[in-house]
Design a protein around this ligand. Structure first.
Ligand code: HPA
Ligand code: ZN
Length: 324
């Protein structure tokens, strides 16, 4: 089964590029840019990556991003991720970036987006990996800041396909961003949102009705609401589930308790993704392996995660055919 999973073509739809910052690159960039980091060795970093919930992770994740200063840093970060994709046979990836994490530190929007985009272009040319870029608003910040960010994205519409919503779910309801998502849709962006990771199933309902999302990031708490599950099955609304992330952030106690395979068998369009692989201990193949080891599945079921991800992706029908 390991060889089957390793060789299986994969499509990733839930990946925060800032969450691919491996400790080695963090140290290298800290040195290159003369930035202080609160760690003196990779062992110390590993010890710090012992999270008890989403917020305890976010605190460390935003701190790590401080080493990203120049366009080349964002290029190096993205290129390192694409090389890992190549190893894992990831053929297409749709990645999130958090512009506000960087503009708040005085790093221009253009620096971030241009560095990421240059690496994605090289990934297509040299590794044959296609990609899309999704800009996330930080939900702990206010609506005004989200509108400013949307304005900054205007010059980069050719590089950004959609907008998303991430950061602390509890206490920051979807309704806070209803107007900015409406404007983003008017401007031609697709929409996705994190919902039902730490927050209740009603947050998934709100993301669908208020933000008009075409897929839900995480969404695992839908199981608490059978009527919602029926609706998600009927509409084939994709859920971008991140198994290792959910264990690291204690959404489920252990992989055996994870509901992803149950959701698959209920007919939901669930996909497997890595979220923040440098922080959660695994890239795409590791996530597939962890699920398959805890939940015996047929090869057909495992491959269904890839078929679902192809369907759920933001590529054209013609491009979808290339991946099938
Ligand atoms: N949830 C919310 N915000 C995030 C995550 C996540 O899993 N990863 C990076 N930002
Ligand atoms: Zn996420």
């Amino acid at each position: 089964m390991n060889d089957f999973i390793q060789g299986l073509p994969k499509v990733e739809l839930h990946l925060h590029i800032e969450g691919t910052l491996e400790p080695e690159l963090m140290f290298e960039l800290a040195k290159r840019n003369n930035v202080d980091i609160p760690f003196s060795s990779t062992e110390e970093v590993s010890r710090a990556y012992n999270f008890h919930n989403l917020q305890s992770f976010l605190d460390i994740y935003y701190q790590g991003a401080n080493v990203l200063i120049n366009e080349q840093d964002f290029f190096d970060l993205t290129w390192a991720y694409l090389l890992r994709c190549h190893e894992d046979n990831v053929l297409h990836t749709e990645i999130f970036f958090d512009p506000q994490t960087h503009t708040a530190r005085g790093i221009p929007f253009d620096t971030t987006v241009n560095g990421i985009h240059r690496a994605l272009k090289k990934g297509a040319e040299e590794l044959g990996i296609s990609s899309k870029l999704i800009m996330c608003f930080l939900r702990h910040l206010d609506e005004e800041s989200a509108f400013e960010t949307l304005e900054q994205a205007n010059r980069h519409k050719d590089k950004i396909i959609g907008v998303g919503l991430d950061s602390a779910e509890v206490g920051n309801p979807a309704g806070k961003f209803e107007r900015v998502f409406k404007e983003a849709i008017n401007q031609g962006f697709l929409t996705v949102a994190h919902a039902g990771e730490e927050g209740p199933a009603s947050n998934i309902r709100d993301a669908l009705s208020l933000l008009k999302v075409t897929r839900v990031d995480h969404g695992v708490r839908c199981s608490d609401d059978p009527t919602l599950v029926e609706q998600l099955v009927a509409q084939q609304t994709p859920l971008t589930v991140c198994p290792l992330s959910n264990i690291k952030l204690k959404v489920f106690d252990k992989m055996e308790d994870h509901n992803i395979v149950h959701l698959l068998r209920q007919g939901l369009c669930v996909t497997i993704n890595s979220d923040d692989p440098a922080y959660f201990g695994g890239y795409m193949t590791d996530n597939f392996m962890a699920v398959a080891n805890a939940h015996p599945m047929s090869k057909k079921e495992i491959a269904q995660f890839t078929f679902n991800a192809i369907e759920a992706s933001f590529i054209s029908d013609k491009e979808k055919e290339r991946l099938k």
